[in-house]
Design a protein around this ligand. Structure first.
Ligand code: GLU
Length: 421
């Protein structure tokens, strides 16, 4: 079975709620907190028209969901993908709540998405779609309320259009309404590379923990977008050997190591790593089954499931993506002693630097890249160690440890605020 077939059968929202339920049980969370935190708080569905280049008008559907606002404004990306669904966005919003809590930044969790394959739109159509969607969700977003950012298939240009649209409504420039903006509009140094950088900070710590030498360690990465592409660069800087990469259209393998900058140029030109000449062609199933020390799933949810977890040979699985491994896969990882760096910790570097960007915007400030990266490292390493301490103390796997940390923080904030009215 292909990983895509397996993924289609898994409901991410069920997975997210299941993960929460187990953590809540372990924390002996009281009944009120359980029912509150296992639901989303606000869900907006919008159907909106976009004028296409051929003069016709097409309707699109999008969502903005806020899971929890207990610790601050909701925060999370906007995804453009043909498979976006209400339940997927719910899960992604809940995972953002836990992610912000794991790294201790003062945000709740939110997420948005539009059902669209943006590769089939012209630049003008993409701008039209982005502006109208922003306008539709402007009843929810705002620098004090809910702050979008890039996610799958969205980027700094799209954030610039969102910021401009929101600012046009407001009548003045509001840089803090979205993060992941271009530098010229109040974006932060280091934001673009922050998720991949954070993934590799975690891998460095994990390797120390299990006694794996990074120099020479073989790495396979699923996905070569913002997360996979930058993680590839940083992991190779650590001396590791990138031996395989894949994306939605195919993959490439070379045991001698792939040259990251040549691979990046190839990807820029062809929109895929498939066909890269310095290696042999592989598919996604082969990528996930690669003989390697470190596997970085950095694409979509539910890629490693009961069906294919048995093929995974890596010692470390570093979740660059949100929700790439199902609970069945987790059980098998635990049984085989595979070290998982869970998504809500592993890929939290992006939202951490988004927080830095928001702070800079609100203060009309600009930090140096060295400052951003040092602060990011400090937060990632501290959070990694906090999760490890809980895993050791509670004798649980790393995902459960991260959940215990996150859910407890959110539950405390929710409990102390009290139930209104
Ligand atoms: N989309 C990213 C994530 O899943 C970043 C979110 C943000 O920066 O707000 O964490």
């Amino acid at each position: 079975m292909t990983t895509e077939h397996a993924a289609r059968r898994v409901d991410s929202w069920q997975v997210a709620q299941h993960q929460f339920d187990i953590a809540a049980e372990r924390l002996h969370l009281d009944q009120a907190l359980r029912v509150i935190l296992r639901q989303t708080q606000r869900e907006l569905t919008v159907h909106f028209p976009v004028k296409m280049d051929d003069g016709t008008v097409r309707m699109f559907t999008g969502y903005r969901i806020q899971h929890n606002l207990g610790r601050g404004p909701s925060k999370g990306g906007i995804r453009y993908h043909q498979d976006v669904s209400l339940n997927e966005v719910r899960a992604l919003a809940m995972w953002m709540t836990w992610k912000c809590a794991v790294v201790g930044i003062p945000f709740g969790g939110g997420k948005g998405g539009v059902i669209v394959d943006p590769k089939r739109l012209s630049k003008r159509e993409l701008e039209g779609l982005t502006r109208r969607f922003t306008s539709e969700i402007s009843v929810l977003i705002g620098p004090e309320r809910d702050i979008p950012a890039p996610d799958v298939n969205t980027n700094p240009q799209i954030m610039a259009w969102m910021m401009d649209t929101y600012s046009m409504h407001a009548g003045y420039t509001v840089p803090g309404v979205v993060t992941g903006k271009p530098l010229s509009l109040g974006g932060s140094e280091g934001r673009n590379e922050a998720t991949g950088r954070g993934v590799v900070f975690c891998i460095v710590e994990a390797a120390k923990k299990i006694g794996l030498d990074l120099p020479g360690a073989r790495v396979a990465i699923q996905g070569f977008g913002n997360v996979g592409g930058t993680a590839a660069k940083f992991v190779v800087e650590q001396g590791a050997r990138l031996i395989a990469v894949s994306d939605a259209r195919g993959g490439v393998h070379n045991d001698e190591g792939l040259d990251v900058s040549r691979l990046q140029s190839w990807y820029q030109e062809h929109g895929t790593v498939a066909g890269f000449p310095a290696g042999t062609s592989i598919d996604n199933a082969q990528l996930l089954a690669m003989e390697c020390e470190i596997l970085i799933p950095a694409a979509m949810e539910s890629q490693i499931t009961a069906e294919n977890v048995g093929n995974v040979k890596a010692r470390i699985v570093a979740e660059g993506a949100n929700g790439p491994c199902t609970p069945d896969a987790d059980a098998e990882f635990a049984r085989r002693g595979i070290f998982v760096i869970p998504d809500i910790l592993c890929n939290a570097g992006g939202v951490t630097v988004s927080y830095f960007e928001w702070v800079q915007d609100l203060n009309r400030d600009h930090w140096t890249e060295a400052n951003v990266n040092a602060k990011l490292r400090e937060i990632m390493v501290r959070s990694f160690n906090e999760v490890m301490t809980i895993a050791d103390h509670e004798q649980c796997d790393n995902r459960m440890a991260a959940y215990l940390l996150a859910v407890e923080r959110v539950a405390d904030a929710t409990a102390i605020r009290g139930l209104y009215p």
